[in-house]
Design a protein around this ligand. Structure first.
Ligand SMILES: Nc1ncnc2c1ncn2[C@@H]1O[C@H](COP(=O)(O)OP(=O)(O)OP(=O)(O)O)[C@@H](O)[C@H]1O
Ligand SMILES: [Mg+2]
Length: 367
């Protein structure tokens, strides 16, 4: 018998098998231990779209509870009405209350007249004894969604460093943000950003982690993937969690008698590309100007990372781009990098974000 599809290709869907992230989990365990004994070093998780920020926070929640501590997972959604700091702080307080598995007396509306910082301090001080725990972990997901992100994070810093909060409560805050969102904030408030000292960048899974996520997710489903398939998934996704879940999910759907081989590759890959295009790549691609797109295509067509000089040579010699402002290639590359479309390696060479995105860029020129 073949079971239902075990892959979880959806933002916020916890994977059946949670791969990698051992370092972050170790750091989190250590941070909790320290927080119970003395004071908290609040953490922040940073990473690009679909890299697994939400799943990691949910994993942290499970780990906290396993240790016997209470944890509250608080998603910060994007909404206009949360444009003021007061509104954002109210939302955070509401989410914190909703996230704890306890019935807690809600703060009275009269208090809302207080200044946000005073309000939030009182909120934590009053909440703490009601929780009746040794440590309360607050997981704030997608903090970049707050319109007033810098003010709110600054407020959190101010409240969490107050002596009365440190001495009378044991809260550990873990924030998650997109790379861009956090960088915008850090650029404006460098010293405050440093307050969240435990900064964890999360990246793609390794080849071994990708392999183990796929084979363990398939265990017991009645379906197996050829080694060649697993290798090819890694080659195209480079271990990006969302991409690999989506691709593996389409491949699973294509099984014949419980087997998935390279004969099933192409249609599954095309479906994956179409969905990624719709959900994400299109908006990413549209960030590039027409000139930048021409440079991007050169990177998409190259298997390897390229130095600037080679990109310029290809433009002139191979593309015969007579009217192309080759003197500006450097600027185009840096802008593509800032917009998150290309990677810059340690040796200074440039590479397309990942091979699937490269295929998407090429397919835009194919028709
Ligand atoms: N450690 C992991 N191992 C395996 N799959 C994972 C892992 N982390 C996340 N995933 C899968 O990757 C996808 C994206 O995960 P998640 O929603 O947690 O990422 P995110 O960074 O919060 O994304 P977004 O930018 O959409 O908020 C989901 O399909 C999830 O099931
Ligand atoms: Mg998320």
């Amino acid at each position: 018998m073949i079971t239902t599809n075990p892959f979880t290709p959806q933002s916020g869907w916890e994977p059946k098998i949670f791969g990698g992230r051992e370092e972050q989990v170790q750091h989190f365990l250590k941070t909790m231990e320290e927080a119970v004994l003395s004071r908290s070093n609040h953490m922040v998780i940073i990473g690009q779209w679909g890299i697994g920020k939400t799943s990691l926070l949910k994993q942290f929640k499970k780990i906290s509870q396993e240790q016997g501590y209470l944890a509250s997972f608080c998603p910060i959604s994007q909404a206009k009405e949360r444009s003021s700091t007061t509104a954002a702080v109210n939302l955070i307080m509401q989410e914190i209350l909703n996230g704890f598995p306890k019935s807690i007396t809600e703060s009275k509306p009269a208090k809302q007249k207080l200044q946000s910082q005073v309000l939030f301090t009182q909120f934590l001080l009053e909440l703490w004894p009601q929780l009746n725990t040794r440590l309360a972990v607050v997981l704030l997901d997608d903090v970049q969604n707050m319109a007033t992100v810098s003010t709110v994070i600054d407020l959190l810093r101010a409240v969490l460093s107050k002596e009365e909060v440190i001495s009378r409560t044991r809260f550990l805050f873990v924030l998650a943000s997109t790379t861009e969102g956090w960088e915008n904030f850090i650029n404006k408030h460098d010293p405050i950003g440093r307050f969240f000292r435990r900064r964890e960048m999360i990246n793609d899974l390794t080849a071994a982690e990708t392999q183990s996520v796929i084979t363990n997710t398939l265990a017991g489903t009645g379906v197996s993937f050829d080694q060649e398939i697993i290798k090819t998934i890694y080659r195209y996704t480079q271990g990006h969690p969302y991409e690999l879940q989506l691709l593996a999910s389409h491949l699973f759907e294509a099984q014949l008698q419980g087997k998935v081989t390279m004969s099933e590759w192409l249609p599954a890959f095309k479906n994956t590309l179409r969905e990624l295009g719709k959900d994400y790549f299109q908006s990413l691609f549209e960030r590039a100007s027409d000139r930048e797109k021409e440079v991007l295509l050169v990177l998409a067509e190259s298997k390897a990372a390229l130095p600037q000089s080679e990109i310029r040579r290809i433009m002139i010699v191979e593309k015969h781009a007579k009217n192309f402002p080759v003197a500006n290639i450097k600027n185009f590359l840096y802008r593509l990098h800032d917009k998150g479309l290309v990677k810059r390696l340690a040796n200074g060479n440039f590479q397309i974000l990942d091979p699937i995105f490269g295929e998407y860029v090429k397919s835009n020129y194919a028709d």
